[in-house]
Each structure stands twice: as structure tokens, then as C-alpha cells.
Unconditional design. Structure first.
Length: 502
């Protein structure tokens, strides 16, 4: 602890984003080029180093937040980076993408503004790279055991890095043409510039991890054959089954799944195309869904030059403060403004969101293209439409950002490995995630056959990047224990663990 009165003397000051008009003119990160030091060091000094740091409970990784706050306050970036990487493989990802439930669990949040933990985390990670502290960590010896990781999102990459460093020979299989999963094609560059991902992948290659792209396991490559060639298999394919909206007019041209649209936009940023196959330029856009994916779509359509944009959220508008039913330290449902919402306000002069709204149908023109959307307000209790509130808004492009129901069903991967679904629609696994005493047939994350482990959203369901990394680390610990009989790898969570909510 640097100053026991720091939280009393220093007001909360988050790192400011770039001006709205400036960032709408490019695809760079919203914080690109913004000065962080010494602001971050000053803000880290607000940390009280609580006797019971509830920020640990808010973070599934168990990040040692008070420790690296203290080092950041002193400007000891090497020590801060060491403490940060002790629990998190990819802090440059979480520092940019995580909604920071740790901040809502900060003790200061009881009656004041929290420590700006997310800003401090990103600054430490970036300083670690800039100063050459983040280097490859190849294993001292090889175990002679081989592991296949299916899926290269944050869970798969975290599992692969941990297992490689433990001495196993690891190959990551990805069906897309580039490694990264949703980090690559689902997250816009203005939230995560892909150079951060590429830099981390180069570190993993230097450590010994192998990557195989354009391989759809279960289709291009028989999953049973893959399992027979390896001593263990980690399945981290994510929860990519996209929810649908079965209303009249869904078949009209111009209605797209949000993730398909974001992938096409990201391929332009990757240099695959000069212009996107689907663009919002000059169109009236409606985004259906109020979550993070909807916000990513909002920032993208604004940069593409949409004529107008409306974002529909079926949930009622939340309040500005915690409800009594959501006390500290849980992650509350409060009115939040993403950078994309801030950008829409700067351009349109108003929040683009319409709460408590449901889509009833789509209307098309004679050529079969969507031209309008019919919606109505809903009752807050059961979400039934109030028919007297029906009205029509223009829509030339509709993006469905309704979330994901779990891993894709009926795939060759499922059939060939005998995977089943649990009652939540995710790949079934046992609940003994970190049990050191478990027998081989009972160990963590195991699917129905020996040596198979489920990691990330494929077993948990749609979640946050920080949970995916925690899942990958825990699955790696389970896999290492299965292969060696014991493990020194950390397992921060179990399959049954859930976020801290009321």
C-alpha cells in the first residue's frame, strides 16, 4: 500500500478516450495515443489494499489487483507486470475488452467511485510489452505428451499457452483462416487492434505452440482420428450458435446476424477486401439486441457512414444507481454508456437505444429487400407486446445481436467424439474442475471419453473474455493433471462457478 489516504485525496479520473469525431474517422482503438502515465500511477494510488479485497471476487481469474496497483503507483512496471501475468495470460485483451466486474466489486464502490482497475491493467500490460518485459517462456524440458486444442479463442489460447509452458507439445486447430476466434473476427479493431493479438501469437509460437488454420475438426479432419493421435484434447470451440428472430419477414434481404456482419467488417480491416460485402453506408440501420455485440455493431455502422441507427433492447431501461436487490459487491444492472453509445450521441445528439421494445415483423419492398421494421413496447414483467403501441421505423439494414444459445449443434465434432449437451445447452462435463484428488476418470472438464476436456463458452455458455481465459487456465491444469498425475498449474475456477450476482 502506497498511501493509506490516497482514496480520500485523489478523485477518480478514468483515462479519457479520443474525441468522438476523431475516432469516428478511423478504426484505431478509442484510446489510441492517449497519455496514460502518470495518470494511471496516480489512480492506482487510490487502492486501499483492503484486508479482504472484493475485487478478487469480482474477477474469475483471481487477479492480484492490490499488488499490481501498488507497483504501478511506484512506477515499478516490471514487478507490476510480473504480478499481473501471474494470473492472466492476456491482460492486454482483458484490459481492453472486459467490462471490469472487479471495479463494481471494489470496496470504494460502497459509497464512492472505484479504482480505475481496467485502465491500470491495460497500462501495465502495454508497459510490459513496450519495455521488453513480456518475452517467450519456453519450457525447460518436454514431457513427451501431445495435446490438441480445438478452437483459438481466448479459452483455447490460454489453455494452449499454459500446457506448452508445462512442457507438453500443443497444436491449436482453428477452422477460420486466421488464429484468434472471436478476438480476430468478432471484436472490431476500435476495441482491440489486431496487432496486440498477433504479437501474443508470436510469443506463443516462440514458446513452441503450433497453429493449424483452415481445419474444421469434425469435417475437414475426423475428430476421432485427432483424439487418437494425441494424449489429450481440449475442446474450446466457443458458443457460436446464434439466436434467431422468427418473425414475419425474416427472409428478406438485408437482415443479417450480427456476428456475420462484424466478421465481414473485420476482414476489411485485415486487408482481405477493400470494402465490406455488407455495409451500412447511407442506410437506415436497426440493431436488435442491447448487449456488447450490439454495441460493437453500433460502433461499426457509425464508422461505415450509416444514415441513421436505432438499437432495440427488449429489457427496460435500467436506473443510474444500484437497486436494493443488487447490493455491492455484485455486478449491477445499471445504465451504462459504451464508447459506441457515446459516439452515437456525439453524431446524432441522442442515445440510439430504445428500451422495452420488441420486433413484431419486417416489411419489404417489391424486390425482396427489407425497408421497414414494425415494433411495439413490451410489458416489463413478461415482455408481451402492447399492441396499442405498434409503430413502424425505416430499416434498410437489420442486424440481429440476440446472443448465442451455446455451441453449434449436430456437428461432426459432436458426433465423432460423442459429446452431449447439459440442461443449459452447452457441452456436458463433470463438476470436479480443480479436484487434486480426483481419479483419472473423474478429472476436470472431462467429456464422455478419456482425455477429452471442455473449456470456455462451449461448456459454460456465452460469457466474458475474462471468464474464457480463466476457463482455459483451469482446463489446462486439469489436462496437465490427467497427463502427469499432478500439476503445478493454477485452476482459478470450476465448471459450476458463476459470476457474483444477487
Amino acid at each position: 500500500m502506497t498511501d493509506p489516504y490516497g482514496f480520500l485525496k485523489t478523485p477518480c479520473r478514468p483515462v479519457p478516450a479520443r474525441p468522438v469525431q476523431e475516432r469516428l474517422s478511423d478504426w484505431n482503438e478509442v484510446y489510441a495515443g492517449q497519455a496514460r502515465l502518470p495518470l494511471v500511477s496516480e489512480q492506482a494510488g487510490r487502492c486501499m489494499d483492503c484486508g479482504i479485497p472484493f475485487c478478487h471476487s469480482g474477477c474469475p481469474l483471481g487477479n492480484l489487483i492490490p499488488e499490481w496497483n501498488a507497483y504501478a503507483r511506484k512506477g515499478d512496471w516490471w514487478a507490476a507486470a510480473e504480478r499481473l501475468h501471474a494470473t492472466n495470460n492476456f491482460p492486454e485483451f482483458t484490459g481492453r475488452l472486459c467490462p471490469a466486474p472487479c471495479e463494481d466489486a471494489c470496496v470504494l464502490t460502497i459509497n464512492a467511485d472505484p479504482v480505475t482497475i481496467k485502465n491500470v491493467e491495460q497500462a501495465i500490460a502495454d508497459q510490459s510489452w513496450a519495455r521488453g518485459y513480456t518475452t517467450p517462456q519456453p519450457p525447460g524440458r518436454l514431457s513427451g505428451k501431445t495435446v490438441a486444442v480445438i478452437g483459438s479463442g481466448p479459452a483455447g489460447l490460454a489453455a494452449a499457452q499454459q500446457l506448452t509452458r508445462a512442457g507438453h507439445t500443443v497444436a491449436v486447430y482453428e477452422r477460420a483462416d486466421r488464429i484468434g476466434g472471436l478476438l480476430r473476427y468478432g471484436i472490431p479493431a476500435f476495441k482491440l487492434e489486431k496487432r496486440h493479438l498477433d504479437r501474443r501469437l508470436e510469443q506463443m509460437r516462440a514458446e513452441g505452440t503450433k497453429f493449424r488454420t483452415c481445419v474444421d475438426v469434425g469435417s475437414d479432419l475426423d475428430a476421432t482420428e485427432l483424439a487418437e493421435r494425441h494424449d489429450a484434447v481440449v475442446i474450446a470451440v466457443g458458443a457460436t450458435g446464434q439466436r434467431e428472430l422468427p418473425v414475419p419477414g425474416r427472409e428478406l434481404y438485408g437482415i443479417h446476424q450480427a456476428m456475420d456482419y462484424l466478421t465481414l467488417a473485420n476482414r476489411v480491416a485485415e486487408g482481405d477486401r477493400d470494402v465490406p460485402v455488407v455495409t451500412a453506408e447511407g442506410k437506415h440501420v436497426v440493431i436488435i439486441g442491447g448487449g456488447d455485440t450490439g454495441s460493437d455493431c453500433l460502433g461499426t455502422v457509425l464508422r461505415q457512414g450509416a444514415a441513421s441507427v436505432v438499437q432495440l433492447d427488449i429489457n427496460p431501461e435500467p436506473g443510474d444507481t444500484r437497486r436494493d436487490a443488487e447490493p455491492w459487491p455484485v455486478y449491477p444492472k445499471v445504465y451504462r454508456i459504451s464508447h459506441a453509445h457515446e459516439e452515437a450521441r456525439g453524431r446524432e445528439g441522442a442515445d440510439p437505444r430504445v428500451f422495452s421494445s420488441a420486433t413484431l415483423s419486417f416489411e419489404g419492398d417489391p424486390s425482396g429487400k427489407v425497408r421497414a421494421l414494425r415494433l411495439a413496447e413490451v410489458e416489463p414483467e413478461d415482455r408481451t407486446p402492447r399492441l396499442e403501441t405498434e409503430h413502424v421505423i425505416p430499416a434498410n439494414l437489420v442486424l440481429l445481436a440476440l446472443g448465442f444459445f451455446g455451441p453449434e449443434r449436430g456437428t461432426g465434432l459432436m458426433r465423432q467424439l460423442g459429446l452431449t449437451l447439459d440442461d443449459r445447452g452447452n457441452f456436458a462435463r463433470n463438476a470436479a474442475f480443480a479436484a487434486e484428488t480426483a481419479k483419472p476418470a473423474e478429472r476436470t472438464g472431462r467429456a464422455g471419453t478419456g482425455g477429452l476436456f471442455i473449456a470456455g463458452d462451449a461448456g459454460r455458455g456465452q460469457s466474458l473474455v475474462v471468464w474464457a481465459i480463466a476457463e482455459g487456465r483451469s482446463a489446462a491444469a486439469a489436462t496437465d493433471r490427467y497427463l502427469n498425475g499432478s500439476t503445478a498449474l493454477l485452476a482459478p475456477i470450476a465448471p459450476q462457478d458463476r459470476p457474483l450476482v444477487a
